[in-house]
Design a protein around this ligand. Structure first.
Ligand code: Q46
Ligand code: ZN
Ligand code: ZN
Length: 298
């Protein structure tokens, strides 16, 4: 297998693009896909400060490195979820990349905030991931505001977004479909713009890039990810992709052309207020995170 550009030995072949690249040209391809996503969807401009949410996994660490090398003003944030060994190891991976990039990440510890995901999930009879999502969103918004950063970037890739889209379509969750854009505008000074610059790249493509760049990332899944429906959707999409290369791309990125049809179907949210506990945006007197936190207090 030879590189399409220079005929050197290829390190990756991509059936969906019907092409193969050597190490050098794959790097160029990868950066081009990120830059194209940023331009096409109007994600970032060079003046904006970007909070990159890093988990210690390959996607977010790759995103941090690529945005940093593209010259964007990045600051990384790691949220210590308090998941024992898994959290210790993932934090270590973040610091390994931080050292290589000569950047200091912001570390937010839920424990230091008096919050415990598992205790809250048990008290509320909610899945851990649902409580975790609320806590993470709160930390992203609050940290971006406190640090004066206009944008929050996450490492969601094409597989993540296509599987989420499939789940939303299967249940016709139109208010979620309206939010499946790779860029969500800021709603107020407390809520930054949210962007996903890796949406044009598959999980495999990100993994190959991480390997070639020597990025040290956590291989283990979060211990509470087991049984997530998104894994089932990813497997289904992988089977389709195997038979029909390019399906995931056409499904998710093709959907972007129809996105405006779903905006009007968005669930009414009511009036935006200020949380009386923390001062962040909320549609109720107290924001979702402060309500969860309050229920854990003795
Ligand atoms: S939501 Fe769920 Fe993730 Fe939180 S509890 Fe783990 S799997 S980390 S992306
Ligand atoms: Zn080449
Ligand atoms: Zn609050």
């Amino acid at each position: 297998m030879r590189c399409r550009m220079c005929k050197e030995r290829a390190v990756i072949s991509m059936r969906r693009h019907n092409t193969a690249f050597c190490r050098l040209h794959y790097r160029e391809f990868f950066f081009r896909q990120v830059s194209r996503a940023i331009q096409e969807f109007g994600m970032l401009n060079p003046q904006e400060g970007v909070l990159v949410c890093v988990s210690g996994g390959k996607d977010s660490l790759v995103l941090w490195k690529v945005l940093h090398e593209l010259g964007y003003k990045t600051r990384a944030m790691y949220i210590d979820l308090g998941f024992g060994e898994y959290s210790l190891l993932s934090k270590q991976k973040v610091f390994n990349t931080a050292k290589k990039l000569s950047q200091e990440p912001i570390v937010v510890s839920l424990k230091d905030m008096g919050f415990d995901i598992l205790a809250s999930a048990k008290a509320k009879h909610r899945p851990a991931c649902s409580v975790c999502g609320t806590a993470k969103r709160y930390c992203f918004n609050r940290t971006a505001f406190e640090e004066g950063l206009q944008v929050v970037a996450t490492g969601h890739n094409l597989d993540d977004e296509a599987s989420r889209l499939l789940g939303n379509v299967l249940r016709w969750q139109t208010h979620y479909l309206a939010k499946q854009s790779p860029v969500l505008p800021s709603e107020s000074e407390h809520t930054p713009k949210k962007v996903k610059p890796l949406v044009k790249l598959t999980e495999r493509e990100v993994a190959v890039f991480a390997f070639l760049e020597g990025i040290d990332y956590i291989l283990e899944e979060c211990p509470y990810a087991k049984g997530a429906t998104s894994i089932t959707y990813k497997l289904l999409l992988a089977q389709l992709e195997e038979k029909m290369p390019g399906t995931k791309h056409a499904f998710y990125l093709g959907f972007q052309e129809h996105l405006s049809k779903f905006s009007l179907a968005e669930a009414p949210k009511g009036e935006l207020k200020t949380c009386k506990v923390c001062g962040q945006d909320s549609f109720e007197e107290t924001c979702g995170f402060c309500r969860l936190l309050g229920q854990l207090s003795p």
